[in-house]
Design a protein around this ligand. Structure first.
Ligand code: MSP
Length: 518
């Protein structure tokens, strides 16, 4: 391990009751971009993702598939690893809650909570939703079309009565409120923090944390017949991955507490209320941030298996190429808001920003250099103030991206990058190197150098979102040093570097056929 500063970011671990879809790809993509950005920016990064394999929901799905739960988990978990490969995710670990190291960690945490007096035995009688793997108070329920009781998420609920161990969540209301007050950026976006605060202010009930009516879970230590509630099991994965219960482990010391837990808005309560309460109870440091992103709909409709409109990330990559998919998901919608996926918007956005933007800028510049400057980076003359302005803008873009990504504002970070592309386009139009070719070939070389140098920096800055295409572009320009320390003067293109005939990095995408059109 190096002495570089640490950055630890996590995704939720995904239930293996179902194969991966666009929502899962989205959450992990967001963390992938942060992780890649931080690595290039000189951090030692731990990027964790994985699968959540216990609980009634998974047990029932295995039963339905007619396979033993472990074999079922092995099969579906592998699909999530396939997704990580297909999406080019750079996760450092892929954790599974059925791993021994994890069972050991959760059982240790349980013993800690018990020893500190925060766990007691009682009987649970109340509403439970298997789909949400969550308990609900009567007052939270709503009525369905036939008058049946439903969870606030619309999921069916059942009445459950069983012996259970409880966690004294009710003891943490004030402590949590004080913590939110002292750490106003703990939950982002801000509107979500308000939601969390009002939930806690509404009064916290003790939380049932063991189950006795099924088997698929981590056994409660020393109490036969009880398995742990899937959420206490699942949340602890963030600790397991850095070596807990060994708090002297190098990874634990370096990376805990996590910098960001990235989650969807549906699972914010578990991360922003239960999880910090468990950690407070165990005297462990709390994560620095929980970011709750929004949900995707598909062409205006809620994505659901029963509607048959689930977006398959593997199919999207197959149709449009990987990097446009990565770019679109984080560029299109202000991160934190809900977003609607439409193929038409996908194609329009990618053509505007990628094919006509970065793609066209690099293609025409590198072609001109290849044709007019002996197939190599030209030596520039003195820079004018316009030249310096554009070169300076790249440095400012890095600073802007840093600032935006520290707040997980991906859309703003990419907007800053696109503005740099637009500035380079504007510079070329004004400088008109095609005219200079006849009137002032030396100045043409300087202009092409300045644009190429800007493209080098755009490509370095765009690596976190589009790693494959930017690698290809940087290869074409003979750039080998690709970290952010190369932004600005440090990494200037060397005159004389070979520039082969460029190959396009972003082909134009075809609009989908109009509905009803022949
Ligand atoms: N297993 C729990 C998490 C435990 S973390 C300690 C879980 N798993 S999940 O597979 O159901 O969901 C994982 C993530 O996918 C959530 O962050 C959820 O918000 C996200 N998405 C699922 N559908 C989605 C969309 N349609 N759009 C965006 N993200 C969505 O919850």
């Amino acid at each position: 391990m190096t002495d570089k500063p640490a950055f630890y970011a996590t995704t939720p671990i995904y239930y293996v009751n179902d194969v991966p879809h666009i929502g899962h790809a989205y959450t992990t993509l967001a963390v992938d971009v942060l992780a890649r950005f931080k690595r290039l920016d000189g951090f030692d990064v731990m990027f964790l993702t994985g699968t959540d394999e216990h609980g009634q929901k998974v047990e029932k799905s295995a039963e339905k598939a007619g396979v033993d739960p472990q074999a079922f988990c092995d099969r579906v978990s592998a699909r999530f690893r396939d997704l990580a490969v297909a999406m080019n995710f750079s996760n450092d670990q892929f954790i599974r809650t059925t791993e021994e190291r994890h069972k050991k960690a959760v059982q240790h945490l349980w013993r800690e909570l018990l020893a500190k007096g925060f766990i007691y035995e009682d009987k649970y009688a109340g509403w439970y939703s298997v789909r949400d793997e969550a308990f609900y108070a009567e007052s939270e329920l709503q009525k369905g079309a036939d008058g049946e009781k439903l969870a606030p998420t619309g999921a069916p609920v059942e009445w459950v009565e069983e012996p259970s161990y409880f966690f004294k969540l009710s003891a943490f209301g004030d402590k949590l409120l004080e913590f939110y007050e002292a750490n106003p950026d703990f939950v982002m976006p801000k509107s979500r923090l308000n939601e969390v605060i009002s939930f806690v202010k509404g009064g916290l009930e003790d939380l049932s944390i063991s189950r006795t009516t099924f088997n698929w879970g981590v056994p409660v230590p020393d109490v036969p017949g009880h398995i742990m509630y899937v959420w206490i099991d699942a949340l602890t994965n963030y600790l397991t991955a850095v070596g807990y219960p060994d708090t002297d482990a190098a990874a634990y010391k370096k990376f805990w507490p996590a910098d960001v837990h990235m989650v969807g808005k549906d699972i914010l309560r578990f991360h922003a209320v239960y999880w910090p309460a468990f950690l407070m109870a165990a005297d462990l440091p709390l994560p620095r941030r929980v970011f709750a992103h929004g949900w995707w709909t598909n062409e205006g409709q809620k994505i659901s298996k029963s509607l048959g409109n689930v977006i398959d990330p593997f199919e999207l990559i197959e149709s449009y190429g990987l990097d446009p998919v990565r770019f679109f998901l984080l560029r299109e919608v202000p991160f934190g808001n809900d977003g609607d996926f439409s193929r038409k918007n996908f194609v329009l956005r990618c053509n505007a920003d990628l094919a006509n933007g970065i793609g066209n800028l690099s293609q025409r510049t590198l072609s001109m250099i290849h044709k007019n400057c002996d197939e190599q980076v030209p030596a520039p003359g003195d820079f004018t103030s316009e030249d310096n302005d554009l070169l300076e803008k790249a440095k400012q873009t890095l600073e802007a991206m840093r600032e935006h990504l520290d707040k997980q504002a991906f859309h703003l970070a990419f907007e800053a990058l696109i503005q740099l592309v637009t500035a380079a386009d504007g510079y070329i139009s004004v400088q008109a190197p095609w005219t200079l070719k006849k009137t002032d070939p030396e100045r043409m070389k300087t202009v092409l150098y300045v644009v190429a140098e800007t493209i080098r920096q755009i490509a370095i800055l765009a690596q976190p979102i589009m790693p494959q295409s930017m690698d290809k572009l940087l290869d074409q320009m003979g750039v080998t040093e690709r970290g952010f320390e190369m932004i600005g003067e440090a990494g200037r293109l060397q005159p004389g570097t070979a520039i082969p005939k460029p190959e396009g990095v972003f082909p134009r995408l075809e609009l989908p056929a109009e509905e009803g059109a022949a």
